[in-house]
Design a protein around this ligand. Structure first.
Ligand code: NAD
Length: 256
């Protein structure tokens, strides 16, 4: 059980981050949800988790594209035993046409925010004598696809960053790892299905199987619950000696 632990999950008002927050809360952790918005429904998500799982849950707005805000999120949380760096965005374009502001935003949100949150959270973990850093990388942290230069660079970067933090904390009761999801059916991905159906003149099942899951041998999406379950495992005593590595949850993508 994670009772008494506080988990901070960046980018957790939807998708994988929310799924991880729910599984950590189910395991007993108090959770801090985050995104850059500050809407009633954001705070309602935290209230829902608190009442469903009987833990403390808060929503703290902070923009992960800004280093100061990323550090402020950890300071405002007040305690951080489990840090999940999950906030991420995507942009797809050939490198010569890739907008510089998109490149900068992807590097800032998908990579640099983790540097800032880790720098702010490690002293708290050291003070409490236990810590888990889990960075949400991607199959694109281990392999590449065309037209995703910034995303692939940021995700490979976060894998290297995770290894470095693991070495810097190796003799302490702190671990740092990266989870590498394959395709997960988050709201963001779901929204792309109708457009792709139209574009290719395919039905929903064909788009999912032959376009979206072309590189995922299981031909099934991974789920946000499975990402949460993997995070809970990395917080368990069984994972005390698992540090500086990646766990792929990708239906065989990286075995191809
Ligand atoms: P999503 O769009 O549902 O979630 C992204 C989250 O990040 C949202 O909560 C969003 O509000 C937040 N976010 C975006 N910009 C932010 C900012 N500036 N500051 C704070 N929060 C911000 O997408 P998702 O699929 O759940 O993605 C979550 C993570 O998982 C990302 O890092 C993504 O790269 C990674 N991932 C997703 C998949 C997939 O197939 N869905 C596969 C591999 C890796």
């Amino acid at each position: 059980t994670l009772a008494g632990k506080t988990a901070v999950i960046t980018g957790s008002n939807s998708g994988i981050g929310l799924g991880i927050a729910r599984e950590l809360a189910k395991a007993g952790a108090n959770v801090v949800l985050n995104s850059f918005t500050n809407l009633p429904e954001d705070h309602a998500l935290a209230e829902g988790i608190a009442s469903e799982f009987g833990v403390e849950a808060r929503y703290i707005p902070a923009d992960m594209s800004k280093g100061d805000s990323a550090r402020q999120l950890i300071t405002s949380a007040g305690r951080c035993d489990i840090l999940i760096n999950n906030a991420g965005i995507q942009h797809v374009a050939p490198v010569q046409d890739f907008p510089a502001e998109k490149w900068d935003a992807i590097i800032a949100i998908n990579l640099s925010s983790a540097y800032h949150t880790v720098a702010a959270a490690l002293p708290m973990m050291r003070a409490s004598g236990w810590g888990r850093v889990i960075n949400i990388a991607s199959a694109h942290g281990l392999t590449a696809s065309p037209y995703k230069s910034a995303y692939v660079a940021a995700k490979h970067g976060i894998v290297g960053f995770s290894k470095t933090i693991a070495l810097e904390t190796a003799e302490e009761p702190i671990t740092c790892n990266a989870i590498c999801p394959g395709y997960v059916l988050t709201p963001l991905v779901e929204e792309q299905i109708p457009g792709t159906m139209k574009e290719y003149g395919m039905d929903r099942e064909t788009v999912i199987r032959d376009v979206m899951l072309a590189r995922q041998p299981s031909k099934q999406f991974a789920t946000t619950e499975q990402m949460g379950g993997t995070a809970v495992f990395l917080c368990s005593p069984a994972a005390d000696q698992i540090t500086g590595t990646t766990i792929s949850v990708d239906g065989g993508w990286t075995a191809l």
